[in-house]
Design a protein around this ligand. Structure first.
Ligand code: HQG
Length: 178
């Protein structure tokens, strides 16, 4: 991605996940906003984005952060503002992965994985993706999650449009620590 695409993608993720008020918009049910309303608000706040650039961002191969449907757009996941994405509960693969860093392990050992500032804990379908997520914070550590066991134990899983798996929390007994 070009620098311009990357910085715009990050700013849009910030607005649509965390701070819609930063450009004076509110998110509708499901976290959606009209594309026209979004583009006008971005322009009003000195962050003009053309609809061509937005299309390239949404189609962008890298992270699929956004979903567009019926002239509306939303972040696929990662929210801290309270939104209900109306995702259907899904049967997870037997094992999922979580990328983190060593300094969090003592606390994860005790408290399990918690959603922290976001609405859900984020889990990856493969080790490589999890390592990339962990590497945002330092030397990555990949944890295995017994998703089959959790699911059998009554935990609900959701698959976001971009393949990220979401669940409310992961108690320590379901985590394989290094
Ligand atoms: C850690 C990116 C101590 C957890 C990625 C993580 C992802 C604990 C951090 C998405 C803990 C939360 C989400 C506990 C969890 N004690 N630390 N009990 N429980 N943690 O950013 O999963 O670029 O909210 O290990 O690709 O890192 O934004 O979650 O390190 O999909 O599109 O607390 O963000 O996507 O950090 O990343 P985050 P995450 P984007």
């Amino acid at each position: 991605m070009s620098d311009r695409l990357t910085s715009t993608s990050k700013f849009l993720a910030y607005v649509l996940r965390h701070r819609p008020d930063a450009i004076g918009i509110t998110l509708a049910e499901g976290g959606w906003v009209e594309v026209d309303v979004l583009l006008a608000a971005l322009a009003r706040h000195g962050r003009a984005v053309s609809s061509e650039l937005l299309d390239r961002l949404v189609a962008g191969a890298d992270k699929q952060r956004f979903e567009v449907r019926d002239g509306r757009i939303r972040a696929a996941q990662g929210h801290s503002v309270r939104v209900d994405l109306h995702l259907e509960p899904s049967l997870p693969p037997p094992v999922l992965y979580h990328g983190t860093v060593a300094r969090f392990l003592p606390s994860i050992r005790v408290g399990g994985l918690q959603s922290r500032g976001r609405t859900h804990v984020h889990l990856s379908p493969d080790r490589h993706t999890a390592a990339t997520v962990g590497a945002r914070r330092g030397d990555p550590v990949v944890l295995g999650i017994d998703a089959a066991g959790m699911h059998a134990g009554g935990f609900t899983f959701y698959r976001a449009a971009n393949g990220v798996w979401l669940t409310d929390r992961v108690p320590p007994q379901w985590i394989t620590l290094p």
